[in-house]
Design a protein around this ligand. Structure first.
Ligand SMILES: C[S@@+](CC[C@H](N)C(=O)[O-])C[C@H]1O[C@@H](n2cnc3c(N)ncnc32)[C@H](O)[C@@H]1O
Length: 279
């Protein structure tokens, strides 16, 4: 009875997924390689960074830091993904806006065309703020050329799309918001008029391809040097200085970017705004 329920087949052996044995002992070599490439140091944040690295390895089927170290040297997709994970991209429109308005007044006064570099520009709020401030002050669009670079490829994609949430706009004057953004449900889309003034590149400041970008009248490098050690700050500032068009070109840094002014910079102070020149 009920024998038809029984199967004569011998059961298939269950396929077992063999997990590789993991060894996540010492992230020092990986962190040192990452720092050598990007300039970014992990002082006091090594424990939290190590736990991010373990997650990263598991997501990419890497079973040890040694394997990650090896792949970082010969797989640019792994390097790109790690850079996108470990960089801090915090920014918002009209951050430290005194420098932006100082530049705007200078451009209006000088009547010259202006080429501006944002290094780094992150998700685009800074270069777009500069573009909007200049347009709002009556500077003709054909006088404005803004280049924005960042080592993180994800932020460049977001910047090119130009779609932001309300938090990014919390310091944006309402008149500017109404003029240069279109609201789409909970998001704010930057207008094409502003978008076309900025070109975005994914480049590491320590990559010599930065010298193919040409020379600039104004260079903004805000809130990147804080992640570097003192020797790396000096190196980065020297490279940025080589992108200045002339001794009249000006450079702006973030308030916390360095304690000691690097020797390649001359410090200026006008109308309550600090800026720098080279040469
Ligand atoms: C905190 S954000 C600052 C963005 C903007 N300048 C501001 O002040 O709001 C720092 C940015 O520096 C970028 N960055 C870090 N190291 C870099 C490097 N070696 N070359 C280019 N960009 C880098 C990061 O990807 C990040 O988007």
């Amino acid at each position: 009875m009920f024998s038809w329920f029984k199967s004569n087949k011998t059961p298939e052996p269950q396929e077992k997924t063999v997990k590789p044995v993991e060894h996540f002992d010492n992230p020092q070599a990986v962190l040192a390689k990452f720092t050598a490439i990007t300039g970014i140091h992990f002082n006091h944040k090594e424990a939290i960074t190590a736990s991010k690295l373990i997650h990263f390895c598991r997501n990419h089927n890497l079973s040890s830091f040694e394997e990650l170290d090896f792949r970082l040297g010969n797989d640019r997709h792994i390097l790109e993904a790690l850079i996108n994970l470990l960089t801090v991209n915090e920014t918002y429109f009209f951050r430290e806006s005194r420098q932006i308005y100082f530049l705007t007044e200078r451009v209006v006064r000088n009547h010259d065309n202006v080429r501006i570099l944002c290094a780094p520009g992150s998700t685009g709020e800074e270069p777009y703020s500069i573009a909007m401030a200049l347009l709002d002050a009556g500077v003709f669009p054909n006088r404005i050329d803004i280049v924005s670079l960042d080592i993180n490829s994800d932020v460049s994609t977001i910047a090119k799309e130009g779609r932001y949430n309300a938090r990014s706009l919390h310091k944006t004057p309402l008149s500017v918001q109404q003029k240069y953004f279109v609201q789409e449900e909970d998001f704010f889309k930057i207008s094409d008029e502003v978008k076309r003034l900025v070109t975005f590149y994914t480049i590491n400041i320590f990559d010599d391809r930065i010298f193919d970008l040409g020379r600039f009248d104004t260079i903004f490098s805000r809130n990147m040097l804080i992640y570097f050690d003192e020797a790396t700050v000096v190196k980065a500032v020297e490279r940025l200085g080589r992108l200045a068009r002339s001794k009249d070109s000006i450079l702006f840094f973030g308030h916390a970017d360095f304690v000691n002014t690097p020797a390649t910079l001359h410090e200026h102070y006008e109308d309550g705004t600090k800026f720098y020149s080279v040469g």
